[in-house]
Design a protein around this ligand. Structure first.
Ligand code: PEP
Ligand code: MN
Length: 293
């Protein structure tokens, strides 16, 4: 282990991996994230209609996903883009859970929406643009639902864990970290998947770490290979965008898989999941630094 990581990360004492806490498992209904299972969350970028969502839920459940993702409140870069169905979308997500048994993960953008969304969702997603929205993080700390915290697109791992510590300090220990690609000088992909972030985070933090290959790649042809890489480096699961007709999707169609592509991706992951176990042997731990502010 890089000795520098001690001073860098051990001050986030609630989320750092030390002799006090080796690995934590986040429980979502009957699903364990951070344990031995590789947990896949899949679904459309945005909830668009009942037909789109229910068909997708059925297809991803059949292929082995355990959670259904879908944005009802969308952080769009342009004010002219589709902003999501709001509460109507949350109701459709609840219906999809009733019909398929999949747990629901959906994004929350504002602290004012936390209570409403927590009434429908099993996991509260914090998007890359909100990683430093401290009012939101504190509200999620007081909420009784697990949080899927995405890495800010320009955030260092230290800043990422600092945001996790904010949620934990406010009272919520159930946090799942998500590497979704960062901004670099590269333009061939939408973001640059920082694959090293997975083993670094697994070394310095006890929290589960998943990878979002869809937003990292920005193009669907790269999603399966990045998913395989995530498994090999020891990730706890994936967040993947899937749509019945990616070419007509209201957001992120270029990076969404259709049902057949998702099924193939899941089937092709099998041999890589065996390699995943090898990257998950208990490693060195940070020296506990005690509380810091
Ligand atoms: C999403 O998951 O659809 C999303 C908006 O992701 P990110 O915050 O990583 O851009
Ligand atoms: Mn998206």
């Amino acid at each position: 282990m890089n000795p520098r990581w001690n001073g860098q990360f051990s001050r986030f004492h609630l989320v750092a991996k030390t002799s006090d806490c080796g690995r934590s498992v986040v429980r979502v209904r009957d699903i364990e994230i951070g344990g031995d299972d590789f947990v896949v969350m899949a679904g459309p970028c945005a909830v668009e209609s009942e037909d789109q969502l229910l068909r997708t839920a059925e297809a991803v459940a059949k292929a082995g996903a355990r959670l259904l993702r879908g944005g009802a409140y969308k952080p769009r870069s342009s004010p002219y883009s589709f902003q999501g169905l709001g509460e109507e979308g949350l109701k459709l997500l609840r219906k999809a859970r009733e019909e398929t048994g999949l747990a629901i993960v959906t994004e929350v953008m504002s602290e004012e929406d936390v209570e409403l969304i927590a009434g429908y969702a099993d996991v509260m997603q914090v998007g890359t643009r909100s990683m430093e929205n401290y009012a939101l993080l504190e509200a999620l700390g007081r909420c009784k639902r697990p949080v899927l915290l995405k890495r800010g697109m320009t955030a260092t791992l230290e800043e990422f864990l600092c945001s996790a510590q904010v949620i934990a300090t406010a009272g919520n220990p159930d946090i799942i970290l998500c590497e979704r690609g960062i901004r670099t000088f590269e333009t061939a992909t939408r973001n640059t998947l920082d694959i090293a972030a997975v083993p670094v985070l697994k070394t310095v933090s006890h929290l589960p770490v998943i990878v979002d290959p869809s937003h990292a790649a920005g193009v669907r042809s790269l999603v399966p290979v990045l998913a395989r890489a995530a498994a090999v480096v020891g990730a706890d699961g994936l967040l993947v965008e899937v749509h019945p007709h990616p070419e007509t999707a209201m957001s992120d169609g270029e990076q969404s898989l259709n049902f057949r592509e998702f099924r193939d991706m899941m089937d092709d992951l099998e041999p890589y999941l065996a390699l995943r176990q090898e990257s998950r042997q208990p490693g060195p731990q940070l020296v506990a630094a005690g509380g810091h502010d």
